[in-house]
Design a protein around this ligand. Structure first.
Ligand code: ATP
Ligand code: MG
Length: 452
């Protein structure tokens, strides 16, 4: 099967609530009390670290992870830490169970898509390319076909050099235009694909004659060696879902009608996915590529219903399936869509396949440190008293409530003509926005006045 492959970069979702989490805080294989934005929760972080190792070593097939713990104890943060620890070329799909019920596409299609975004393929190809450092570049300009006042490059002459040789190439408009569009200049290391004419800028060398800037956008690299014209091994990265979409788009008018222009809303036909799977298996078996099993993280998993559980349990058996990480803060509860009670609202046959990591409540020192980090992240300058007050709030109510008070407190401080948040700002804001505990007590108190 011939794929016309475009490069698609792996998606990475940012959650600003957890923007301070940069990893699991491991140094030399040891969990640090506070590192990478993570504080405390040491056991869970160590367990999560083992999970990332197992995933990286490809030893985690057919299993999943369940993160269990009270609200606000860092389950979602742990999942984000795992994602960061795995790095950018391991796919990580982040879903909230609630999303599954708020969609136009069918549940199974949505889930299949998410599962396929969670598996990557690295494909290696040998391409004939011209590669080297740009020594000289000259454009020949001509008139724009539709705009007589504009000039566009209609051809170019580029001199490329490697450590061994130098070659001057004359290139047609299609390539000249790309060179101009990507601002290629002397000192840049580029390669041009002979067959497709695509230009790739790899970086910049610091050799003489190169333009030198104080701030460099391009990566610094070495002058390539070998001949200018050569076979180059190129590695490209896709998720299974990327390949599904590309393949579906190529299935002509029929699929265009089905996909519309956006190509995302409608279902992807089964045959399309089948042929993608065959292509992947063939590529892997021929040694031209490898599978990168990634992660699908489903937050608030107790909200999944029985149909979804059945679907996911079956999906775990498949070879092309990502590793599942689930999180919940529920104890013994009904499986959604049934009257059956089960631990964490998860069916037992699924539960059997999960290894469980537990998060626990934070102590005062941990709460204080986390509030400090969040304050820094949200650019809130706290006085020592204000920090003490927020720590107290975190202990008495919840960590999440305490961090929610940060930004409003800053606004109040500014209104009082200060840049630093003081204890009185926190107390003031705390009266305006109550915690869940307080709001429940409030309603309970009122219940005696309600009509029955
Ligand atoms: N150990 C930690 N170190 C640093 N930040 C943390 C830590 N634990 C939690 N946080 C931060 O505190 C907030 C609440 O944590 P998080 O959302 O991860 O809790 P959760 O266990 O997923 O709660 P829920 O059950 O309600 O979903 C987030 O902003 C999170 O990034
Ligand atoms: Mg959470």
């Amino acid at each position: 099967m011939g794929f016309k492959i475009e490069e698609v970069s792996p998606k990475f979702e940012r959650v600003s609530l957890h923007s301070h989490i940069r990893g699991l805080g491991i140094r030399d294989g040891k969990v640090q009390f506070a590192s990478d934005g993570f504080v405390g929760q040491v056991e869970a972080r160590e367990a999560a670290y083992y999970v990332t190792k197992l995933i990286k070593d490809g030893r985690f097939g057919g299993k999943g992870v369940l993160l269990v713990g009270p609200p606000g104890t860092g389950k979602t943060a742990l999942a984000i830490g795992i994602a960061r620890e795995l790095g950018f070329d391991t796919p990580f799909v982040h879903l909230s169970a609630a999303e599954i019920f708020s969609l136009e596409v069918k549940k199974t299609e949505f889930l299949t898509r998410a599962l396929r975004r969670g598996v990557g393929v690295r494909i290696r190809e040998l391409r004939k390319v011209y590669e080297g450092v740009v020594r000289k570049i000259d454009y020949k300009f001509g008139r724009h076909p539709y705009n007589p006042y504009a000039q566009i490059p209609v051809a170019a002459t580029v001199t490329l050099r490697t450590k061994q040789e130098e070659k001057t190439l004359r290139v047609p408009q299609e390539i000249a235009q790309q060179l101009a569009d990507s601002n290629v200049e002397t000192g840049d290391v580029i390669w041009i694909d002979e067959e497709t004419g695509r230009v790739f800028v790899q970086g910049k060398t610091e050799e003489e004659g190169a333009e030198v800037y104080d701030v460099n956008v391009r990566k610094k690299i070495e002058v390539p060696s070998g001949p200018v014209y050569k076979d180059k091994e190129i590695t490209r990265y896709f998720t299974c879902h990327d390949l599904d979409v590309l393949n579906a788009r190529q299935q002509g008018l029929l699929s265009m009608l089905m996909f519309g222009t956006a190509g995302e809303e409608k279902e992807i036909p089964l045959e399309v996915r089948k042929s993608v799977d065959e292509f992947i298996m063939k590529t892997v078996n021929e040694g031209k590529g490898e599978l990168i099993p990634g992660v699908i993280f489903i937050d608030d998993a107790h909200m999944l219903d029985i149909e979804t559980w059945a679907f996911l349990t079956r999906a775990m058996e498949s070879e092309l399936s990502p590793i599942m990480i689930l999180a919940t803060n529920r104890g013994f509860t009904k499986i959604r869509g049934t009257d059956i009670e089960s631990p964490h609202g998860i069916p037992l046959d699924m539960l059997d396949r999960l290894i469980i990591i537990r998060t626990r409540f934070y102590n005062e020192q941990e709460i204080k440190e986390i509030i400090k980090i969040r304050a820094r992240e949200e650019k809130v300058d706290l006085s020592e008293d204000a920090l003490e007050e927020l720590t107290k709030v975190g202990l008495e109510h919840s960590l999440r409530y305490a961090t929610q008070l940060l930004s409003p407190s800053l606004i109040r401080a500014k209104e009082m003509g200060r840049n630093k948040v003081e204890k009185e700002d926190v107390e003031y804001i705390k009266k305006l926005f109550v915690s869940t505990k307080e709001s429940v007590e409030y309603v309970k108190e009122l219940e005696k006045y309600f009509l029955r």
